[in-house]
Design a protein around this ligand. Structure first.
Ligand code: DGI
Ligand code: FE
Ligand code: FE
Length: 209
């Protein structure tokens, strides 16, 4: 992978975001770097994905829609009704074509940072989670516990974050993107599978020794 100039990217992103969004971007960037250290992922790739994750956030909804249409990026029914969701897909496009990122894992981390997707890579999960727990966030009373859990178990915290997000969305007029639901169900299954395996192992251990 061609080396990314993080300092240059930071300056570029700063120019496209308002102060609050840029502070959030830096929070996600540093949190993603910390999680990367914890889970043996290259910190520069995590920082790059963190810096870029909301790079399309400050485009108007009209711009996000027209960019997606022009580049033949699919807009689903939920996105058509809630165009803010498109900042993830539009962001992945800009990350590649405006900021020159060729690393598909980084592009996917940007593309799926809002809804997640089944079968995410470690880097994708890190960015998704960092977006939710970065120090500037204060949207959930459960953040202290989720912040700790993020450094202990990525899949468990994915289920917690997605469960909280779905619970929040169900209490509002907002439509749930089928991908958010699918991601939650996927990671719930992953955890259930792990629990089953632990039970089996414990059962065998109990008989044998
Ligand atoms: O861009 P950020 O605000 O930093 O964070 P984000 O890209 O994760 O967007 C967060 C918002 O996205 C939050 O208010 C919940 C919302 N969201 C996540 N999944 C869905 C969703 N909104 C709708 N309508 N449907 C979804 O499935
Ligand atoms: Fe976002
Ligand atoms: Fe964000």
């Amino acid at each position: 992978m061609a080396k990314v100039d993080i300092a240059k990217l930071r300056t570029q992103i700063k120019k496209t975001q308002d102060k609050k969004r840029y502070e959030h971007t830096l929070g996600v960037t540093y949190t993603a770097a910390c999680l990367a250290m914890c889970y043996d992922i290259d910190t520069e790739r995590a920082e790059t994905a963190g810096l870029l994750h909301d790079c399309a956030k400050c485009l108007s909804n009209e711009k996000k829609i027209s960019l997606c249409k022009k580049q033949s990026i699919e807009i689903n029914m939920t996105e058509a009704k809630n165009p803010f969701l498109l900042h993830a897909k539009a962001g992945a496009y800009l990350a590649e074509h405006k900021y020159g990122i060729r690393d598909e894992d980084i592009l996917n981390a940007v593309r799926y940072h809002t809804t997640g997707r089944p079968g995410m890579s470690t880097l994708e999960k890190i960015v998704f989670i960092a977006d939710y727990i970065e120090p500037g966030r204060n949207h959930s009373a459960r953040l202290p516990e989720l912040r700790k859990l993020a450094f202990q178990d990525l899949d468990k915290v994915m289920v917690e974050i997605l469960g909280d997000t779905l619970g929040y969305l169900k209490g509002t007029e907002n439509e749930i993107d089928p991908m958010t639901q699918r991601t939650y169900e996927h990671y719930k299954k992953v955890l259930d599978g792990r629990q089953e395996q632990t039970k089996e192992t414990e059962g065998k251990g109990g008989q044998g020794s």
